[in-house]
Unconditional design. Structure first.
Length: 244
């Protein structure tokens, strides 16, 4: 019995590690796509793409995954991907937006609709929840190993054109106008390690998920997050304080 338990625990840890690595690769794939789409797909001529490729290598992302993400942006190999945003209501009426990148929108739409249905939510129409979000540039600076003080980072962010900055234990989160993101990113990445620099949908307010809907809500987000076509999930919701 103890041997079985040990095997089960090891498998459980491995599964969690694989899931975490998959999420990291998914995020890197999105960043590779965006960098290649916005500039030259040749990293020699695209410093933003070079930076993301360097981070992908540091995370041991397979070369084939890197190439596929760039191919998505260029249409190489007959690949043609469409970017679509879905809007819906999660359990308890929580607002959710999902950004997908797909080569088969019928397949993806069916999967997104099914996920909402499985977990007590419903897929909405265009504009049904987007008014609850603001489109903003978002830059995240890692604090690990960073000697700079909060005040100095804030001054640098403001000088780069940022609108605001929030401080957390492990990171600084800087917001900009969407059209000011590139300048701020180009300025700040000369001095800091940027974890994220992209346009996001930021909720104006958040709704706490009802206690009796927490499991349904977490199940919905997990199912959406596990879909390879899903690039981003924006939530105008938060879990109760007593739930981790």
């Amino acid at each position: 019995m103890s041997g079985h338990s040990k095997w089960h625990n090891i498998q459980g840890r491995k599964g969690a590690q694989d899931k975490k690595r998959g999420k990291i690769f998914q995020k890197l794939s999105r960043n590779l796509y965006q960098a290649a789409k916005a500039g030259d797909p040749d990293p020699a001529n695209n410093p933003d793409l070079r930076l993301v490729i360097s981070k992908a290598h540091a995370q041991n992302m397979p070369k084939r995954n890197i190439k596929r993400a760039i191919d998505k942006a260029t249409g190489a190999g007959g690949l043609h991907f469409e970017q679509i945003t879905y809007e819906g209501y999660g359990p308890g009426g929580t607002a959710i937006m999902i950004l997908v990148l797909t080569d088969n929108k019928n397949r993806t739409a069916a999967a997104i609709r099914s996920a909402f249905k499985h977990h007590g939510g419903s897929l909405g129409t265009s504009g049904s929840v987007s008014y609850l979000f603001d489109r903003k540039g978002l830059i995240v600076i890692n604090r690990k190993g960073l000697d700079a003080s909060e005040d100095s980072v804030l001054m640098d962010a403001l000088d780069a054109g940022a609108d605001d900055m929030k401080t957390y234990k492990d990171r600084f989160v800087i917001t900009t106008a969407p059209n000011a993101l590139k300048k701020a990113k180009d300025t700040l990445q000369k001095k800091y390690d940027l974890d994220t620099a992209e346009v996001k949908m930021v909720p104006k307010t958040v709704t706490t998920v009802p206690d009796d809907k927490v499991d349904q809500y977490k199940g919905l987000i997990d199912e959406l997050d596990s879909n390879d076509d899903v690039q981003d999930i924006y939530e105008a919701a938060k879990l109760p304080d007593n739930v981790k």
